[in-house]
Ligand binder design. Sequence first.
Ligand SMILES: *[C@@H]1O[C@H](CO)[C@@H](O)[C@H](O)[C@H]1NC(C)=O
Ligand SMILES: *[C@@H]1O[C@H](CO)[C@@H](O)[C@H](O)[C@H]1NC(C)=O
Ligand SMILES: *[C@@H]1O[C@H](CO)[C@@H](O)[C@H](O)[C@H]1NC(C)=O
Length: 402
Amino acid sequence: MEKKVKHKEEAFLQHPVLFIAVLVLGFVLMDPFEIGPVGGIEFRPVKHDIAPYKEVMGGWPRDNESQLGNGKLEFVDEVFGPESLEFDSFGRGPYTGLADGRVVRWMGEGIGWETFAIVTSNWSEKVCARGVDSTTSKQWKHEKWCGRPLGLRFNKDSGDLYIADAYYGLLVVGPRGGLATPLATHVDGKPILFANDLDIHKNGSIFFTDTSRKYNRVRLLSRYHFYILLEGETTGRILRYDPPTKTTHAIPSHSFCPSKSIFDTSVRFGLMKYWLEGPRAGTKELVAHLPGFPDNVRMNENGQFWVAIDCCRTQAQEILVHNPWMRSLYFRLPIKMKILARIMGMKMFTMISLFDENGRIVKVLEDRKGVVMKLVSEVREVEGKLWIGTVAHNHIATLSYP
Ligand SMILES: *[C@@H]1O[C@H](CO)[C@@H](O)[C@H](O)[C@H]1NC(C)=O
Ligand SMILES: *[C@@H]1O[C@H](CO)[C@@H](O)[C@H](O)[C@H]1NC(C)=O
Ligand SMILES: *[C@@H]1O[C@H](CO)[C@@H](O)[C@H](O)[C@H]1NC(C)=O
């Protein structure tokens, strides 16, 4: 009798523990309140082989003086998430695309910033102009409507400004500005989800990147472009728009994720070069391993190119990159991304790097404490000065160089 009771008790005790354990695990994996970074999305991490952390970081020159920390923050709370910076052939600028959907230009102290172009007739001050809040989640649900201009390039001959907009694809606007004209919104009948950066070929064709065929930049209350990095998905591609025929083509290539220009890829922490012409046309080449996530690539007058890098890789992160199943579990934990990143030892700071055309490092500048510059998106070198854009903050950073 006594024995029987004890059995019952044990079963009773074991059962709830198991039950709770299963519940907790289920809760963690399902993340019903979508607290974790990938809550509520179909998350399919992809395995990648990346160069070993030690190899890359060991051989990477460091800027021990943290020289970027001497940079100056300009136009604080006057520009909101200035992603790409461009100057026209008269030397006016910078021109930059903002989180509120506008392309603005700096007209000097007297006039200040003026609206130069918008990418959609949907744009209105009432819905879109959220000022400093444009770079916060308050803008997310309006981005699709208002537009989010990213990469900018002038055709120096015609004076036309080409715009890669995250929602409205590739557009062009004349030298006087105004409402931009869409050039490419679809490829093979399917919408371009995430135009990101562009470059103009000397024959007039426009090469631009589409970061993902799966995600666009933002969904309500969350940020899709984050998942592209977490998943390591590689549906991104390079597209080419040919003005004479007004047609857009995908550049044939094996799977890789061009986050920005023809020169780079975020997912594998590498800088890629894609050969368009010559004997190696149609092939791509990894020219450098990078210590973190690269963004736009911009050439200076000497044919060298600056890469903005959000730093840095960590050993924990490397394990996750190699093991998609771990990423699946880890990023489903009902914990905010900020904290997950901290556990992985990631501490956001900025490194910008100048490469020669063969991918050899010429210069590395860092802001190790991330005081002055964080989440940089582009570095433009113009007449002894670096202009540094950011997608997430309300300023432009500058630094004398060399
Ligand atoms: C920076 O510091 C590290 C370690 O303290 C050292 O190995 C390296 O040579 C230094 N780099 C430069 C450019 O001085
Ligand atoms: C206005 O925004 C909606 C939602 O993003 C979009 O579907 C529509 O095409 C836009 N209209 C124009 C004229 O750009
Ligand atoms: C420009 O050059 C690229 C690369 O060789 C080529 O693919 C494209 O068709 C050319 N465009 C025109 C308009 O000739």
